[in-house]
Design a protein around this ligand. Structure first.
Ligand code: AP5
Ligand code: MG
Ligand code: ZN
Length: 216
């Protein structure tokens, strides 16, 4: 099963991705997490990506597309994958389709998690992420069992640099201009499924499971 997650910053893509990946045993591939790992390791890719991410802008397609194609060729993607935060531009979506087609494959579900802008700021400012595994928490809506410590791996929870109010606003602009067109793109391919992301985390997950069904 090949799935992509669409939705504005703070929609809950990372939160749901963790749950889906566990239930359906498919790898969770988050381009944002991959870039953040490269930034923390100060790799050449990380240095370049940081310039854009800190401003809330997209990392150029040239740096992003090959990275994902490489990742999708790993053995663990043979029985399916879950992409979180990719594709984000029509060019990325076309490159992904072309790649999958050449492997006799396709996107089965493009899950759009819909959340109006007025919810987003609250979610972003309260978000804490695990420095080690990328796990996402919220001080009010999804607190860790122990303060500032990841439930899954025990890593330290920090605030993301791009979760400042001005940067969040820029990310929302960028989403509207560059990523929103993908909603029509996947709708035309009959892969789009909409989920109400303003529900609780558990209820959003239930809706997603109803869409995906019980097959693995
Ligand atoms: P990325 O890391 O993908 O960030 P994003 O799309 O902006 O989304 P977020 O991770 O902020 O939100 P989310 O939807 O995952 O929400 P979460 O589950 O954490 O990208 C970051 C940057 O990397 C981009 O700006 C860009 O520069 C670059 N980049 C990445 N991919 C790229 C690409 N393909 N091309 C070019 N550049 C790229 O939830 C948010 C908060 O809300 C959490 O605190 C959570 O606990 C809480 N929450 C979740 N669900 C609920 C709920 N149902 N009710 C209440 N609270 C909830
Ligand atoms: Mg995320
Ligand atoms: Zn962790």
């Amino acid at each position: 099963m090949n799935i992509i997650l669409l939705g504005p910053p703070g929609a809950g893509k990372g939160t749901q991705a963790k749950l889906i990946s566990e239930k359906y045993s498919i790898p969770h591939i988050s381009t944002g997490d991959i870039f953040r790992k490269n930034i923390s390791e100060k790799t050449p890719l990380g240095v370049k990506a940081k310039e854009y991410m800190d401003k809330g802008q997209l990392v150029p397609d040239e740096l992003t597309i090959d990275l994902v194609k490489d990742r999708l060729q790993s053995d663990d993607c043979k029985k399916g994958f879950l992409l979180d935060g990719f594709p984000r531009t029509v060019k990325q979506a076309e490159a992904l389709d072309e790649f999958l087609k050449s492997n006799n494959s396709q996107i089965d579900f493009a899950l759009l998690i819909e959340v109006p802008n007025e919810f987003i700021l609250d979610r972003m400012t309260g978000r804490r992420v695990c420095q080690s595994c990328g796990g996402s928490y919220h001080i009010k809506f999804n607190p860790p069992k122990e303060e500032s410590k990841c439930d899954i791996c025990g890593g330290i929870l920090i605030q993301r640099k791009d979760d400042k109010e001005e940067t969040v606003k820029e990310r929302l602009n960028v989403y509207e201009k560059q990523t929103q067109p993908l909603v029509d793109y996947y709708n035309e391919k009959n892969a789009l499924c909409k989920v109400n992301g303003t529900e609780t985390i558990d209820n959003v997950f239930k809706d997603i499971c109803n869409i995906l069904g019980s097959d693995k």
